[in-house]
Design a protein around this ligand. Sequence first.
Ligand code: M6R
Length: 612
Amino acid sequence: MCGVVGYIGKNNAVPVLLSGLSKLEYRGYDSAGIAVYNNGEINICKTRGRIDDLRNKLLSAPISGNLGIGHTRWATHGVPSDENAHPHFNQDSKIAVVHNGIIENYLVIKEELEAKGYKFLSETDTESVAHLLDFYYEKEGMDILDAVFKVIERIEGSYALGIICSDFPDQLIAVRKDSPLVVGLGKGENFIASDMPAILNYTRDTYLIDDNEVVVLKTDSVTVLDSNKNEVKKEVFRVDWDVEAAEKSGYDHFMLKEIYEQPKVVKENLSRRFKEDGTGVQLDSIALGKKELENINRIYICACGTAYYAGLIGKYLIERIARIPVNSEVASEFRYKDPLIDEHTLMVVVSQSGETADTLAAMRLAKSKGARVLGIVNAIGSSIAREADDVLYTLAGPEIAVASTKAFTAQVVAMYLLTIHIAQELGVLDTEKFKELKSDMEKLPSLVNEILTKAPRIKRFMHKYINSKNVFYIGRGLDYVVSQEGSLKLKEIAYLHSEPYAAGELKHGPIALIEESTLVIGVVTQEELFEKTVSNLVEVKARGARILAIAMEGNKEIEKVADDVFYIPRTHWMLAPLLANIPQQLFAYYVALGLGNDVDKPRNLAKSVTVE
Ligand code: M6R
């Protein structure tokens, strides 16, 4: 839930660290800090607030040096404050530590160290690492690297750590367990970071660090050690994204840029996955053929947040088209419910970051019980991507805005492809039907574009509805899933209270909340359920609600009940959720903007939830 960076080389570390941190700010943005070695000592500058606050603080008290570590924080232990901001020092300020993750047994360690006379200056779990290192290095006289190994024997939880010590100005040490960490390989300089965008301005050659590995970076070398201190030969992983992929490129916000990238993302996913002879789909090198699928009698799709809703669309489609029972589960619940899993289970996990702690844990649980795991992942080389048996990458490129947009769309496309693949392998989707579907899918990029050209209309809705205090999103079937995603987006960035409901459920309770001017967003793109949902809209209208509907072109009947209608272009029923969600994204974006919120970095949130 935080971002760490580190630099060792011939240049001044400070601009490198600040630039890296600004690319990681999506991971946490309530405080930031850097520690830089210079002339025998380590100087720390840290502050509550954002990277710009750190920059300002550095203007009045500049520091510099060729070795440094940095951190952008999303508070877990202790409020956002200067004291709790990372880096943290040991007792005599010789060792500085940055950390992403949670040290679960820090209280025990803290008590033990306090009994030995250590004084803690912050409320963080991380400070216990700095003092424990101090204990093994300074008091027990261990070599610094041995002290690091000793510390990781003692600490429990998740961590990506960056460590510098003023007695070793020629090295930066990094450690990873259950929190992402990459090493950037430069010429005469090397880097660590929680995510690729932080180092892309400097190098595209990376090492993907695995759990329990310890890395020693020097100016001209990088050594990776396993938990037995044996050297690990890593393969260089070359990142092929454009640097601009992680830049705003003229858009006001990353979220808006990412919304507008969706036609390209859909096209990329489809063009790579349709077989050249037009008879089916090819899902990279996924080994889920007829034989494996016939062995499967249960599918779970597990994820969190927006990715969970993409998975829910997968459930509806796989059950309806491929006729296999699918449980779609929130990963944080799934992992503690003793789920029924065996070697006949296919576990599909969906994640943009590939690092979400609950999704990762759910995946590991399923794997340990013999399930076959398919990861639908955006971040290349992420933990889920590496640990899953098969991976289907969603090819959305880096998604920086905390609110997921293009990654969701890409996940929905992945669900379409997976459904088709399973149905074809099991012989329940014939080539003719596939060809019709393919032709409709190929129109999706231009249909998304068509919706985007109508953004000004959605902006007008924003002006009309921005003062709503409570918003209901309702729909049936796939429209209900779309409603859930729309509601989440509005909560997340506009901070408006909104509830998604299966339209048929309203009269079982929630309709009591409808009063004069309550905004109800009705998603009515599923034509076979159109009349049913319209009846529910009529019911809320009769109780004073204002209705904004999202319908399929041609279904003009909706105008009799709705105050406003946004029409999506006509498409296959299965593809409608992808299109219906685009106006919802824009609506949430404009409302958030209109309310003066920080669209890309909404309060209390972080992009990647690597803690439970
Ligand atoms: O990286 P993941 O896809 O695993 O993240 C899952 C959720 O945390 C994420 O989708 C979250 O709900 C988004 N901020 C929603 O916009």
